[in-house]
Ligand binder design. Structure first.
Ligand code: HEC
Ligand code: HEC
Length: 479
């Protein structure tokens, strides 16, 4: 059953644990001690208190650059490749033709000039306050519905590009309006959620029409992408329960998408609707759709036929990004480390871990997975990881529904968002905006928005006493 690399990896893992004084035994003891303090309560599962969320890749450095660190187990050559990828991820692209080789091809339509404009410090964006906000990390995906079918918008395409190069009109701007949604915790404490709606202003290519579908998406932190790529498909499918055969109210189904490189239909893993096959496809898609830089995997500029200035703009070489550059950025994103966990000996964290399980959060936020092979790097192979996601789609109710399909995902379904690193969003990105559109203003609101299949878990949280709710938040902040 165990391959030699498995054994080597286990040995490395033990050494790493020993080095940081977090041997599994010590963690188990801490859990047992804390359980002892709460007489009668079962001990928190040890897997919920493992510091090494990303296995051997875990970076044990919770500084403000903790989302931007290389996997801990990269060799020297790989570290160099990571750094080259980092510079391509961070640099601003410019309009073609430019004298700076390998940096041109921006636009004609675009949302931002660099990957890092949205994934600030490789982290999480927040919704813009107005159209001039330099914050670029909220995208509006577009479509039109006709009866039962959905297609990209005939003029505006599948994404609203609110920036453009000189001489080309940006497609439009948008403004976010919010409505208050009041509620009350079980102990009588009131709270107010904010539901966002999107108003498109200044459309430059004619009206958007009546059957418009909008799916807002915020840029998430990019930790552990290569590990998620390396989880075997069978493992994801094993927890799918589309007809809820076990009767726990939670179904979960995989999205199915095309792997652009191989052309094969595969289980989708990345994106808020698991609408992308892997990090390479996501990188090529982002270069094209968000920055306007084409590559072999995404060779068409984001101009629709009637956008003439866009079609006529000079583009430089085709594709604009060569395979080597695409590989380097892919390598960079694949090997971004998962941050190690903090405060595991805090009793609130242990209590929170236990409640995370009894409240039913683990029904979707799967604590543990294992990886197998990767075609990018052995660093992510054969790792025991704690992404807190099943990578499946769940009906999250009307409150979170965007009404727009994506692959097999319906307008009510979202991929269980991995929770690793979530506690570092505030120190790194300076805000606590969560969920697919950044509507939640803190972790409590993120949980209170859960509906549909997650109603039971949400209610367990809403009706819990204050100390238990705080403990759950302490647990999330330790991730
Ligand atoms: C204009 C803002 C923007 C830019 C620029 C951008 N991204 Fe993103 N990124 C997003 C958003 C929004 C999502 C979520 C997309 C979705 O759910 O469909 C995302 C998702 C991702 C994901 C998947 C994350 C996950 O948890 O599934 C990866 C990987 C990624 N981006 C890499 C990149 C790379 C590499 C670049 C540069 C080539 C880039 N992004 C540029 C906004 C941006
Ligand atoms: C039925 C599946 C399911 C259950 C049960 C569930 N979640 Fe989630 N969770 C999701 C999905 C799907 C999302 C993404 C929803 C979105 O962005 O609209 C999510 C998002 C989150 C987020 C925001 C993540 C981010 O990066 O923005 C937090 C925090 C969270 N869940 C915590 C919890 C906690 C705590 C519990 C238990 C009380 C729980 N969830 C139970 C499916 C579930």
């Amino acid at each position: 059953m165990f391959s030699p690399s498995h054994l080597a990896s286990a040995a490395r893992r033990r050494r790493l644990r020993a080095a940081i004084g977090l041997a599994a035994v010590a963690v188990a003891t801490a859990a047992a001690m804390s359980a002892g303090r709460n007489a009668g309560a079962p001990p928190a599962p040890v897997e919920l208190l493992d510091a090494l969320s990303g296995g051997d890749t875990t970076a044990l450095d919770a500084t403000t650059n903790a989302f931007g660190l290389a996997a801990r187990n990269l060799g020297r050559e790989e570290r160099r490749a990571f750094e080259i990828g980092d510079s391509l991820f961070t640099q601003n692209w410019v309009t073609a033709p430019a004298s700076t080789a390998n940096r041109d091809g921006l636009g004609p339509l675009l949302n931002a000039q660099a990957c890092a404009s949205c994934h600030v410090f490789d982290g999480r964006a927040k919704p813009p306050t107005d159209p001039d906000d330099p914050e670029r990390g909220l995208l509006l995906r577009l479509g039109v519905s006709e009866g039962d079918t959905e297609s990209p918008h005939p003029v505006y395409g599948d994404q609203l590009q609110d920036r453009a190069i000189l001489g080309v009109d940006p497609e439009a701007q948008f403004v976010i309006d919010t409505t208050d949604v009041p509620g009350t915790y079980g102990d009588g404490t009131p709270y107010t959620l904010q539901r966002p709606t999107y108003r498109i202003t200044d459309p430059a290519y004619g009206p958007l029409g009546r059957n418009l579908l909008l799916s807002p998406r915020i840029a998430p932190q990019l930790v552990g992408m290569g590990l998620l790529d390396a989880v075997p498909e069978a493992q994801i499918l094993a927890s799918a329960d589309p007809k809820d055969a076990d009767g726990d109210g939670i179904s979960g189904r995989p999205n199915r998408v095309r792997d652009i490189q191989t052309g094969r239909a595969v289980v989708g893993r990345l994106g808020w609707k698991a609408n992308v096959a892997n990090t390479r496809d996501q990188t090529a898609g982002a270069f094209r759709g968000d920055i306007g830089v084409t590559s072999r995997l995404a060779p068409e500029e984001p101009c629709t036929p009637s956008q003439t200035a866009c079609n006529d703009a000079p583009t430089g070489p085709t594709p604009q990004l060569d395979d080597e550059a695409l590989d380097r950025v892919t390598f960079y994103v694949t090997t971004l480390a998962v941050p190690g966990r903090r405060n595991l000996d805090d009793p609130a964290v242990t209590t929170g871990a236990r409640f995370f399980q009894t409240a039913g959060c683990t029904g979707c936020h799967t604590p543990t997975m294992t990886t197998s092979a990767s075609d990018v790097t052995s660093a992510v192979e054969h790792q025991t990881i704690h992404p807190y996601s099943d990578l499946l789609l769940h009906d999250m109710g009307d409150g979170l529904a965007d009404g727009k399909r994506d692959g097999r995902a319906t307008g009510r379904e979202w991929r269980t968002q991995p929770l690793w690193g979530i506690g570092l969003v505030e120190p790194i990105n300076g805000h606590t905006r969560f969920l697919h559109d950044g509507r939640a203003r803190n972790l409590e609101e993120a949980i209170l928005w859960h509906g549909g299949e997650a109603v039971g878990a949400r209610e367990a949280f809403r009706t819990a006493d204050r100390a238990t709710r705080d403990a759950l938040i302490a647990f999330l902040e330790s991730l």
